[in-house]
Design a protein around this ligand. Structure first.
Ligand SMILES: Cc1cc2nc3c(=O)[nH]c(=O)nc-3n(C[C@H](O)[C@H](O)[C@H](O)COP(=O)(O)OP(=O)(O)OC[C@H]3O[C@@H](n4cnc5c(N)ncnc54)[C@H](O)[C@@H]3O)c2cc1C
Length: 489
């Protein structure tokens, strides 16, 4: 049953942007409802490359403002969510025929200096015949540059924002579609596919790649914000990064492909830029798969084949429509479109800048309230900090202590639990973990179901965790059956 009292703000879409807006708004004392058609983070926000980065390549398009804003946010997120994020080294092999060394050095100098850095080291030159990164790369490559960015578990970031929003009073309603919204008197009446209705003074359309459809068909606006929809695909392969470095690989077509160490045993390779007409049904094409394999093999010492692929995924970027630009040149910045009736549509954006985007929405929707999220840890990121200590350093120290406090458990398991649940790992470890589904435990499934809105096997195997990569088919089926039985009970 929904509360009949009107909400101040109703958000359509539970991706990173919707969840971030809900958290920020609830913390400012607004009555907030977040309605998500599927699972939280089930859209683009679980299909990203998982970088919190300034975007080194955007410097080529003179997007200094976007890069500086994103680099500053990199520090904020590494600090607020140290359990699900960490600094990541990137090695960029030098190919003289593509970009000259002076240009890369100048770009990296800017990247190092555009924003304050406390948790991320600066860039340096690398001799690939001496450096451990060279072990994974073709022996013809001699020089490279190493720089740093951040890695984050994108779908957990979404859920943690929703958890905090709920703790601050927001209604979070996944698996419920907004089917229509009608303006009457001073607000909106919103109909859900559950048959329920609710009232709200303001609506924020944060439906990502579906935002244009929602603006036109659900909100019935005459001025829906036009989007450029671009599919990006990834493959997960056997591990090809022998050192801890990620690789940033320049391609002959001017694009960049990343090869990241992923989930200990694997590498994550992406991404593509394929224009699409619809936000529905994102799926990697055979051409995209071949493109990614070729892109990696231009640089790897041990080439990969399709047989090395263990998982694939694709997502749709909702980009600002810029008529005169290619997909890879189109800005990754966001735009807030204010419709005549006072509703807002969020267009574009990045995982990295979701918190700033939420602040910008609240500046418009609730101008008398104050920003507060910059220094507030996300759930599980509230590790005890010594004076002046960064979130990353405090987490590393807390994790060492946690492992020492639980000598009966494998340190790898304690680390996995801490990286998934943050400080909540402490209470999980102090109780029986229950049935073991091959490294994923019953106590976790119960927690995901009761505190994080998980209902299906996929919710927990691919979004609350990435254990779908590690469990065999029989274990995945047992997890799915457990979730189904728990949901029925
Ligand atoms: C391949 C790829 C790689 C990327 N890599 C990075 C990266 O490394 N770093 C980075 O910072 N950014 C990256 N991005 C960008 C980033 O992922 C997106 O900008 C971000 O996830 C968009 O979030 P969102 O909340 O706007 O949209 P979504 O996450 O798509 O959320 C929108 C939600 O709206 C819901 N919805 C739609 N219609 C309705 C309705 N009628 N009622 C209720 N709910 C509805 C959908 O179910 C969906 O869950 C990448 C994007 C792609 C595609």
């Amino acid at each position: 049953m929904l509360d009949e009292r009107p909400y101040d703000l109703l958000i359509i879409g539970g991706g990173v942007n919707g969840a971030g807006i809900a958290r920020d708004a609830a913390g400012r004392g607004l009555r907030v409802a977040l309605i998500e058609a599927g699972d939280l983070g089930g859209g683009t926000s679980s299909a990203s490359t998982k970088l919190i980065h300034g975007g080194l390549r955007y410097l080529e398009f003179y997007a200094f403002g976007l890069v500086a804003k994103a680099l500053a946010e990199r520090e904020v997120i590494l600090d607020a969510a140290p359990h699900i994020s960490w600094p990541q080294a990137f090695v960029l092999p030098h190919v003289p025929s593509l970009r000259p060394a002076w240009m890369i050095r100048a770009g990296l100098w800017l990247y190092d200096h555009l924003a304050k850095r406390r948790q991320v080291p600066g860039s340096s030159s690398v001799d690939l015949h001496r450096d451990s990164a060279g072990r994974s790369l073709d022996k013809s490559l001699t020089r490279a540059f190493r720089y740093w960015d951040g890695w984050i578990d994108d779908s957990r970031l979404v859920v943690l924002n929703a958890v905090d929003a709920q703790a601050r009073g927001a209604l979070i309603r996944p698996r419920t579609r907004v089917v229509s919204a009608d303006r009457d008197g001073g607000g909106w009446t919103i109909a859900l596919d559950s048959g329920e209705t609710l009232r709200a003074a303001t609506i924020v359309n944060a439906a990502g790649p579906w935002a244009e459809t929602v603006a036109r068909d659900v909100l019935k606006l005459a001025d829906p914000a036009p989007l450029r929809l671009v599919q990006g695909a990834h493959i997960v392969t056997r591990r090809v990064n022998m050192s801890g470095d990620a690789f940033m690989l320049q391609q002959p077509d001017g694009r960049i492909v990343f090869v990241l160490p992923y989930q200990t045993r694997y590498s994550l390779i992406g991404t593509t830029d394929t224009p699409v007409d619809t936000p529905d049904g994102a799926a990697i094409t055979p051409q995209e798969e071949a493109y990614l394999i070729d892109a990696a093999n231009r640089f790897l010492v041990r080439p990969i084949t399709a047989a090395d692929i263990v998982h694939r995924y694709a997502g749709i970027r909702p980009l600002v429509l810029e008529e005169d630009k290619d997909a890879h040149e189109t800005t990754r910045d966001w735009k807030l479109v204010e419709h005549d009736c006072g509703t807002l549509t969020v267009v574009g954006g990045k995982i990295t800048t979701y918190r700033r985007l939420a602040e910008a929405v609240l500046t418009k929707a609730a101008p008398k309230t104050k920003a507060w999220t910059k220094s507030a840890p996300l759930p599980g990121g509230d590790v005890p900090r010594r004076r002046g200590e960064t979130g990353q350093l405090a987490f590393a120290r807390w994790l060492r202590e946690l492992i020492a406090r639980h000598p009966d458990h494998d340190p790898a398991l304690v680390t996995r639990l801490a990286r998934t649940h943050g400080t909540a790992a402490e209470s999980l470890l102090s109780q029986p973990l229950g049935e073991n589904f091959g490294g994923l435990f019953e106590a976790e499934l119960r927690r995901f179901a009761t505190q994080e809105w998980a209902r299906t096997g996929d919710d927990v195997l691919w979004r609350r965790t990435k254990m779908g990569l590690h469990l065999d088919a029989a274990a995945c089926a047992r997890v799915t059956a457990w979730m189904a039985a728990f949901t029925r009970s």
